[in-house]
Design a protein around this ligand. Structure first.
Ligand code: FES
Length: 298
């Protein structure tokens, strides 16, 4: 590649179209960062802002919608179909309906709902996720917004201090992982509630598919978790004999899912809202014909 011409820069894994007659410098040619100073300034010529912008919108929508459902509109959280129950993913598990310690009806303030009591687990799990950290560092803190894009001066003044102060809570991720595993088991249990109809009959409805897809995507999101991979075999020095060899194999399998961790993050998050909107729509009188369709198998 000729290097005696003015050069444009490309980020890792991104193909840039250099302006006519200009060469492209590749990674590892001793570039000093930051290339250009100032928030959002860069030599990149691709649409580096598109992905962080889309992610920022998606996360903001998720936060606003969840707030609305939790505190302003917490009705229509499930529906009954000939004895089967389809539950909104946001309000599952509905622990207020559980028969815990012989207390079938919990005494609780009227503003308390199942999501308020349980959502701290998926919230904590997603909030401390390694992938999620990358997303919110980029979208909300511009730290930096993208590779080779300069960050605000305030970031430089404060300096990156690592996982200190409030960010030390990120270290709780592995514990949220354990709790998330329990939530997954309950999600699949909720799927079984969509399969059992009156008079001991078994079948399925559209709600079964919606809840099963949501449970599957969440299972894949947890299965592809970096902390789970570490738990399985990452903590070992070698996988040579006995149990360590088995753990090494599990590590390899989890690594395959781990490569698409971002995909599982977004699809599982999206389906939480798809599932909730489906249940809410039915309760508001929409898609009733479709929602009430069911097939009894035996
Ligand atoms: Fe993303 Fe664990 S690293 S869920």
């Amino acid at each position: 590649m000729p290097n005696n011409q003015p050069q444009r820069l490309c980020a890792i894994g991104i193909e840039c179209s250099p302006p006519q007659g200009k060469a492209v410098r590749t990674l590892g040619e001793g570039i000093k960062l930051p290339v250009i100073n100032g928030l959002g300034r860069t030599d990149r010529v691709d649409k580096w802002w598109a992905q962080p912008l889309a992610m920022g919108f998606a996360l903001t929508f998720a936060l606003i919608y969840t707030f609305w459902r939790l505190f302003l509109h917490d009705t229509g959280i499930s529906y009954d179909l000939d004895g089967s129950t389809v539950m909104s993913p946001i309000f599952s598990p509905n622990i207020l309906e559980w028969d815990l310690f012989g207390l079938s009806a919990w005494e609780h303030p009227h503003w308390v709902n199942a999501a308020i009591l349980v959502l701290w687990i998926p919230f904590g799990f997603r909030g401390t996720c390694y992938y999620m950290r990358r997303v919110y560092y980029r979208t909300f803190f511009a730290s930096p917004t993208a590779c080779w894009v300069d960050e605000p001066d305030i970031n430089k003044k404060l300096g990156y201090k690592g996982e200190k102060r409030v960010f030390i809570l990120n270290n709780l991720h592995r514990y949220f992982l354990y709790a998330a595993m329990i939530i997954i088991a309950i999600k699949w249990w909720d799927v079984t509630h969509t399969l059992t109809f009156e008079d001991g009959q078994y079948g399925f409805s559209i709600g079964t598919f919606i809840m099963a897809i949501e449970a599957f995507l969440l299972t894949m999101y947890v299965t592809s978790c970096h902390a789970l991979r570490h738990l399985a075999g990452g903590a070992l020095d070698r996988w040579t004999t006995g149990i360590s060899r088995i753990r090494g194999r599990i590590f390899d399998k989890l690594s395959i899912a781990n490569r698409s961790h971002g995909f599982w993050f977004w699809t599982s998050l999206a389906f939480v809202f798809v599932g909730d909107l489906w249940v809410l729509a039915y309760n508001e009188g929409y898609f009733t014909g479709l929602a009430e369709w069911n097939l009894i198998l035996f």
